[in-house]
Design a protein around this ligand. Structure first.
Ligand code: HEM
Length: 142
Protein backbone atom coordinates (compact mmCIF):
# COMPACT_ATOMS: atom_id res chain seq x y z
CA UNK A 1 0.00 0.00 0.00
CA UNK A 2 1.39 3.37 -1.01
CA UNK A 3 2.09 5.44 2.07
CA UNK A 4 1.93 9.23 1.81
CA UNK A 5 3.76 9.69 5.14
CA UNK A 6 6.69 7.52 3.98
CA UNK A 7 6.89 9.40 0.67
CA UNK A 8 6.82 12.74 2.52
CA UNK A 9 9.55 11.71 5.01
CA UNK A 10 11.82 10.38 2.25
CA UNK A 11 11.31 12.99 -0.47
CA UNK A 12 10.18 16.25 1.09
CA UNK A 13 11.36 16.46 4.73
CA UNK A 14 15.10 16.01 3.94
CA UNK A 15 14.96 19.38 2.14
CA UNK A 16 12.08 20.81 4.18
CA UNK A 17 13.11 24.48 4.15
CA UNK A 18 13.68 24.59 0.38
CA UNK A 19 10.51 22.71 -0.60
CA UNK A 20 8.41 24.55 1.97
CA UNK A 21 9.76 27.89 0.82
CA UNK A 22 8.98 27.09 -2.82
CA UNK A 23 5.43 26.01 -1.95
CA UNK A 24 4.82 29.16 0.12
CA UNK A 25 6.17 31.40 -2.64
CA UNK A 26 3.85 29.73 -5.15
CA UNK A 27 0.97 30.46 -2.78
CA UNK A 28 1.96 34.14 -2.49
CA UNK A 29 2.30 34.44 -6.28
CA UNK A 30 -1.05 32.80 -6.94
CA UNK A 31 -2.81 34.74 -4.18
CA UNK A 32 -0.92 37.90 -3.17
CA UNK A 33 -3.31 38.47 -0.22
CA UNK A 34 -1.88 35.32 1.44
CA UNK A 35 1.46 37.07 1.98
CA UNK A 36 -0.26 39.69 4.13
CA UNK A 37 -0.84 37.12 6.91
CA UNK A 38 2.89 36.65 7.56
CA UNK A 39 4.10 39.59 9.68
CA UNK A 40 7.80 38.69 9.43
CA UNK A 41 8.01 39.26 5.68
CA UNK A 42 4.70 40.61 4.43
CA UNK A 43 6.24 43.88 3.20
CA UNK A 44 8.99 42.25 1.13
CA UNK A 45 8.31 41.84 -2.63
CA UNK A 46 7.60 38.21 -3.57
CA UNK A 47 10.48 38.38 -6.07
CA UNK A 48 12.90 38.79 -3.15
CA UNK A 49 11.53 36.06 -0.92
CA UNK A 50 13.58 33.23 -2.44
CA UNK A 51 16.59 34.13 -0.29
CA UNK A 52 14.65 35.15 2.81
CA UNK A 53 15.57 33.20 5.95
CA UNK A 54 12.15 33.69 7.58
CA UNK A 55 10.34 32.21 4.56
CA UNK A 56 12.68 29.21 4.64
CA UNK A 57 12.06 28.79 8.35
CA UNK A 58 8.29 28.99 7.87
CA UNK A 59 8.53 26.56 4.94
CA UNK A 60 10.34 24.03 7.13
CA UNK A 61 7.71 24.44 9.87
CA UNK A 62 4.87 23.73 7.42
CA UNK A 63 6.58 20.72 5.77
CA UNK A 64 7.45 19.12 9.12
CA UNK A 65 3.99 19.74 10.59
CA UNK A 66 2.38 18.25 7.51
CA UNK A 67 4.66 15.20 7.85
CA UNK A 68 3.45 14.70 11.41
CA UNK A 69 -0.19 14.98 10.28
CA UNK A 70 0.38 12.43 7.49
CA UNK A 71 1.95 9.97 9.95
CA UNK A 72 -1.27 10.04 11.98
CA UNK A 73 -3.15 8.55 9.00
CA UNK A 74 -6.45 10.24 9.64
CA UNK A 75 -6.28 9.96 13.46
CA UNK A 76 -5.41 13.64 13.68
CA UNK A 77 -8.41 15.30 15.28
CA UNK A 78 -6.61 16.82 18.27
CA UNK A 79 -3.70 18.06 16.13
CA UNK A 80 -6.12 19.60 13.66
CA UNK A 81 -7.99 21.18 16.55
CA UNK A 82 -4.79 22.91 17.73
CA UNK A 83 -3.92 23.99 14.20
CA UNK A 84 -7.43 25.33 13.58
CA UNK A 85 -7.24 27.21 16.86
CA UNK A 86 -4.01 29.04 15.95
CA UNK A 87 -4.75 29.58 12.26
CA UNK A 88 -8.32 30.78 12.77
CA UNK A 89 -8.06 32.74 15.99
CA UNK A 90 -4.46 33.97 16.10
CA UNK A 91 -3.42 34.29 12.45
CA UNK A 92 -6.95 34.90 11.02
CA UNK A 93 -6.46 32.55 8.07
CA UNK A 94 -9.67 31.89 6.07
CA UNK A 95 -10.22 28.11 5.92
CA UNK A 96 -10.30 28.20 2.10
CA UNK A 97 -6.53 28.63 2.08
CA UNK A 98 -5.93 25.00 3.09
CA UNK A 99 -7.37 23.35 -0.04
CA UNK A 100 -5.51 26.04 -1.98
CA UNK A 101 -2.08 25.25 -0.48
CA UNK A 102 -2.71 21.50 -0.96
CA UNK A 103 -3.52 22.01 -4.65
CA UNK A 104 -0.31 24.01 -5.02
CA UNK A 105 1.66 21.34 -3.13
CA UNK A 106 0.27 18.62 -5.41
CA UNK A 107 1.29 20.53 -8.57
CA UNK A 108 4.70 21.33 -7.06
CA UNK A 109 5.48 17.70 -6.21
CA UNK A 110 4.33 16.58 -9.63
CA UNK A 111 6.85 18.95 -11.20
CA UNK A 112 9.74 18.55 -8.78
CA UNK A 113 9.59 14.90 -7.78
CA UNK A 114 7.94 13.45 -10.88
CA UNK A 115 7.86 9.66 -11.18
CA UNK A 116 8.20 8.89 -7.47
CA UNK A 117 5.27 11.20 -6.77
CA UNK A 118 3.10 9.71 -9.51
CA UNK A 119 3.04 6.42 -7.59
CA UNK A 120 1.69 8.10 -4.49
CA UNK A 121 -0.26 11.04 -5.91
CA UNK A 122 -3.77 9.60 -5.54
CA UNK A 123 -3.15 8.53 -1.93
CA UNK A 124 -1.53 11.89 -1.14
CA UNK A 125 -4.53 13.78 -2.44
CA UNK A 126 -6.86 11.62 -0.34
CA UNK A 127 -4.76 12.52 2.71
CA UNK A 128 -4.72 16.23 1.79
CA UNK A 129 -8.52 16.18 1.37
CA UNK A 130 -8.93 14.52 4.77
CA UNK A 131 -6.77 17.18 6.42
CA UNK A 132 -8.57 20.05 4.65
CA UNK A 133 -11.98 18.58 5.58
CA UNK A 134 -10.83 18.01 9.17
CA UNK A 135 -9.67 21.61 9.45
CA UNK A 136 -12.99 22.82 8.06
CA UNK A 137 -14.81 20.85 10.76
CA UNK A 138 -12.48 22.08 13.49
CA UNK A 139 -12.81 25.71 12.36
CA UNK A 140 -16.49 25.47 13.34
CA UNK A 141 -15.62 24.55 16.93
CA UNK A 142 -12.69 26.83 17.82
C1 HEM B 1 -0.27 22.95 4.79
C2 HEM B 1 -0.93 23.44 5.74
C3 HEM B 1 -0.33 24.18 6.89
C4 HEM B 1 0.36 23.68 7.95
C5 HEM B 1 0.68 22.21 8.23
C6 HEM B 1 0.72 24.79 8.80
C7 HEM B 1 1.43 24.68 9.98
C8 HEM B 1 1.83 25.74 10.78
C9 HEM B 1 2.54 25.62 12.02
C10 HEM B 1 2.98 24.29 12.66
C11 HEM B 1 2.75 26.86 12.50
C12 HEM B 1 3.46 27.26 13.80
C13 HEM B 1 2.73 26.72 15.01
C14 HEM B 1 1.31 27.22 15.17
O1 HEM B 1 1.18 28.38 15.51
O2 HEM B 1 0.36 26.46 14.93
C15 HEM B 1 2.16 27.80 11.54
C16 HEM B 1 2.19 29.17 11.67
C17 HEM B 1 1.58 30.04 10.78
N1 HEM B 1 0.82 29.69 9.68
FE1 HEM B 1 0.47 27.84 9.00
N2 HEM B 1 0.25 25.96 8.23
C18 HEM B 1 -0.37 25.63 7.07
C19 HEM B 1 -0.98 26.48 6.19
C20 HEM B 1 -1.04 27.85 6.34
C21 HEM B 1 -1.65 28.77 5.39
C22 HEM B 1 -2.34 28.32 4.10
C23 HEM B 1 -1.49 30.02 5.89
C24 HEM B 1 -1.92 31.37 5.32
C25 HEM B 1 -2.42 31.60 4.12
C26 HEM B 1 -0.76 29.90 7.15
C27 HEM B 1 -0.39 30.94 7.96
C28 HEM B 1 0.38 30.85 9.09
C29 HEM B 1 0.88 32.01 9.84
C30 HEM B 1 0.62 33.48 9.52
C31 HEM B 1 1.65 31.50 10.89
C32 HEM B 1 2.43 32.31 11.94
C33 HEM B 1 3.75 32.69 11.31
C34 HEM B 1 4.68 33.46 12.25
O3 HEM B 1 5.13 32.86 13.24
O4 HEM B 1 4.97 34.62 11.98
N3 HEM B 1 -0.52 28.58 7.38
N4 HEM B 1 1.61 27.08 10.51
Amino acid sequence: MACPAKFWMENVVPDAAEHGKNILIRLYKEDPAALGFFPKYKDIPVSELGSNADVKEQGAVVVKALGELLKLKGQHESQLHAMAESHKNTYKIPVEYFPKIFKITDAYLQEKVGAAYAAIQAAMNVAFDQIADGLKTQYQTV
